[in-house]
Design a binder for this molecule. Structure first.
Ligand code: APR
Length: 319
């Protein structure tokens, strides 16, 4: 095995802390760099005492960002404010767009070859923002930029296995589109193992998966959005990426990436991961959809398109 360097930006946050703990458990990581604007040295000191192989370092403030990123194979960006009750992910745009821009510039300058995993919301816009910045810097590789939508798949798998009494380990539901409200489209007709749902069940499960993040925001009542399940899902995606870098030729995940399988420039779909990032976007998932799924797909496109354009405009208007 080779061993990899992973940098987590926003590492002292609600997602960042459990995520770095889970990455610390990985057998494929040799260096784990934590960056935040507050509290991160303490988090790094704490984590560094775990007797797993990776060496943990904490970095704080703009002056230490470059050192955090140099040589990173994978960068996970989870910096930014989370939702409070009543907010949509898009309400975070004004604050988080600038954070993503600054951090993407630093990634372009210091580790342009890294796989970049974006968690910061609104994901439908923040991934296009990062892409525009990387393009401006002349280092954009669409195969290496990912919006992490793994939590949508994790939630779909959990809810379907509960509904149908299936062993969780066996369940795999592709989720396509984007990562907000109706742009999240679980393809229940393509669930594995193959299961049949009534029309009511399809409607109920689809809406529950789309609103699962909001469900957590409401119960947390002002304390933020999903952190533990998000960290779990993001750690799964990091581990998949590392296994692919390490030469495993059978790694598939769903992620929000640049693709041409629809008329939208960014779209979440099942992808095959390889040594250089996205090896293939699996377009066959879009064939043979049910009427319900086809309608939902057409219905999500205008919102997703607008979110992508909003991200692109944010960068271009600042030129
Ligand atoms: N650079 C680095 N870190 C930053 C910056 C910045 N410019 N701005 C904020 N942070 C850090 C904060 O200091 C905090 O530690 O990002 C962390 C965010 O943590 P939380 O506020 O606890 O938010 P969290 O629940 O982890 O969500 C982070 O992920 O899922 C998305 O919608 C969510 O956009 C939000 C992000």
């Amino acid at each position: 095995h080779a061993f990899y360097k992973v940098a987590v930006l926003g590492a002292a946050g609600g997602i960042g802390q459990p995520l770095t703990l889970l990455i610390k458990m990985s057998p494929l990581v040799s260096a784990l760099n934590l960056y935040d604007i507050v509290n991160v040295k303490g988090v790094a000191a704490d984590l560094s005492h775990c007797n797993t192989p990776s060496r943990v370092s904490g970095f704080t403030g703009a002056s230490e960002l470059a050192d955090c990123l140099k040589g990173a194979d994978v960068v996970v960006m989870t910096a930014g404010v989370p939702r409070k009750p009543g907010m949509t992910r898009d309400d975070l745009f004004n604050t988080n767009a600038s954070i993503v821009k600054t951090l993407a510039e630093a990634i372009a300058d210091n580790c342009p070859d890294a796989l970049i995993h974006i968690i910061t919301n609104p994901l439908n816009s923040t991934v296009p923002i990062a892409a525009e910045i990387l393009k401006q810097k002349g280092v954009y590789d669409p195969k290496k930029l990912f919006g992490v939508t793994t939590l949508d798949v994790v939630r779909a798998n959990t809810f379907v296995s509960q509904e149908k009494n299936l062993k969780l380990i066996d369940v795999d539901v592709p989720v396509i589109g984007g990562h907000a409200g109706i742009t999240i489209l679980p393809l229940l007709s393509k669930a594995k193992p193959s299961v049949t749902f009534s029309d009511e069940q399809v409607q109920e499960l689809t809406v529950r998966i789309q609103n699962a993040g909001t469900e957590v925001v409401e119960v947390k009542a002002g304390a933020g959005s999903a952190t533990l399940s998000m960290a779990y899902a993001a750690a799964r995606f990091v581990e998949s990426s590392l296994r692919a870098l390490d030469g495993d030729s059978d790694v598939y995940e769903c992620a929000y990436v640049e693709s041409n399988i629809t008329d939208l420039p960014f779209f979440a779909s099942r992808i095959k991961l390889g040594r250089k990032g996205v090896e293939a976007v699996i377009s066959s998932e879009l064939h043979g959809l049910t009427d319900y799924e086809n309608k939902a797909l057409e219905a999500l496109k205008p919102e997703l398109k607008a979110s992508i354009e909003k991200g692109v405009a944010f960068v271009q208007n600042q030129l």
